[in-house]
Design a binder for this molecule. Sequence first.
Ligand SMILES: CC(=O)SCCNC(=O)CCNC(=O)[C@H](O)C(C)(C)COP(=O)(O)OP(=O)(O)OC[C@H]1O[C@@H](n2cnc3c(N)ncnc32)[C@H](O)[C@@H]1OP(=O)(O)O
Ligand SMILES: CC(=O)C(=O)O
Length: 527
Amino acid sequence: MTTPFDVYDTTLRDGAQQEGLNLSVADKLNIARQIDRLGVGYIEGGWPGANPKDTEFFRRAREELRLDNAVLAAFGATRRAGVAAADDPLVAALRESGAQVVTLVAKSHDRHVELALRTTLEENLAMVRDTVTHLRAEGQRVFLDAEHFFDGYRANRDYALEVLRTAYEAGAEVVALCDTNGGMLPGWVADVVDDVVSTTQGRVGIHCHNDTGCAVANTLSAVDAGASHVQGTLNGYGERTGNADLVNVVANLELKAGRPVLPQGLLREATRIAHAVAEVTNVPPASRQPYVGTSAFAHKAGLHASAIKVDPDLYQHMSPEGVGNDMRLLVSDMAGRASIELKGRELGFDLSGDRALVDRVTARVKDLESRGYTFEAADASFELLLAEEVEGARPSYFEVESWRVITETPGAADAEAVSEATVKLRAGGARIVNTGEGNGPVNALDQALRGAIGQAYPEVAKFQLIDYKVRILDQGHGTDAITRVLIETTDGASSWVTVGVGANVIQASWGALVDGLTFGLRRAQVR
Ligand SMILES: CC(=O)SCCNC(=O)CCNC(=O)[C@H](O)C(C)(C)COP(=O)(O)OP(=O)(O)OC[C@H]1O[C@@H](n2cnc3c(N)ncnc32)[C@H](O)[C@@H]1OP(=O)(O)O
Ligand SMILES: CC(=O)C(=O)O
């Protein structure tokens, strides 16, 4: 019989221990459904009894959570010292959670038993034995998280192994060795796991924190040494520096080690799921996250792009489709002709037959970037530049005559400033003068400009400014510095980013606003 291999997700428990992360019951149910679609075997839902939210999560999960792939696990501690397992209220909450699997955290480091539990080594073994036996008798499957196992093994190998043996003998299916303080390195983990597997003959799992930046590597090392159960979290969320990123772990196992651990085809959902979970946690996804980050397959250097034009594999360790990600070409002052050509292709322009045109666009990008523009973050402004070069004129739906903005306060020290903007332009064959008010000059300008253009193009009513970023580019000049503004606009279905640069923040904002509306109208196919 082959040993099973478990992929165990603890996003909703250890992941939720991340600073700044606060999940409602509805969030947890939503995340559980997303993670289930990745095909993991187990989802640890939280610690019932420790707080009302986690208790409520398990109650609602019983009624409304239907998982296709995963089994729900409840996390909790061994009974308290000196109390029968059946009488411990936190053990009762595990029993009553309705979870098929209970994962018990137990001390395996002698110093922790004495200092943190303030009990004897023998009583700690009894706590493990009694709690596992009790829950097994109640019909639950039991996994054990051996807390601080690696540090405990170094301090007192015999005792650390005795804790594991006690758990196995009482009926624990798997014991996950925890690098709770996250201080281990891959070679150390491998040596310990190897010893545990050969000494106990039990099924060994691994739970790593990322304090040395090695959580994923340590997990893979443990698997090489015989672990058959891996724990981790989506996006590497977790206490302090986080846990092993479960997507990285399974992608490495499946795509590098040739070891299928998820149902076939589901790894291709990884990018979508990692980003969907980030939406719920409201933690912005890290763009440089391996495999699923937006930069994971983004290419900036001209030399890279020129080789990618021949074969993307020349500068990629794998095809991004394997994890549901996309290759992206970035246009910047590091671009060469190949970057421009490939980016053009991505945006629907075939530039391959026109070397002079590609040279012109490359030169313009480099010149504009040297003056403070950035196109790698502002695809929409780049598309307008490209359209201008390809089509011979910049896409234009309105002609600006002038604009101005003033900011006024009534005078009292705590009075709120109000900005008012006036825009004069020609659009749809008419001269339009429009004013707008806002809580700041850019807001007022946006109102005035959209109001004016909207009179000729009603589509503009759908457009909304959703992000505004300002960066001072030459701090040495103080208030004379060049300002770069990036604006993100949405039409409700998609969004796009434009850039403006100027010595004056309002002027830079105006450039980005005009590009934003022009791009939106072009996308809406207004002619
Ligand atoms: C390594 C990990 O990440 S494990 C997961 C950690 N997660 C959490 O702590 C989040 C949820 N925790 C909680 O809500 C609370 O800590 C509770 C409800 C579990 C306990 O709360 P309290 O009773 O107020 O105690 P407190 O938070 O101070 O925890 C210490 C108690 O837990 C006991 N304890 C610690 N580890 C264990 C263990 N593995 N088995 C049994 N008891 C344990 C300690 O002996 C101490 O008991 P005492 O109060 O009788 O001296
Ligand atoms: C159990 C757990 O989360 C740890 O030891 O890190």
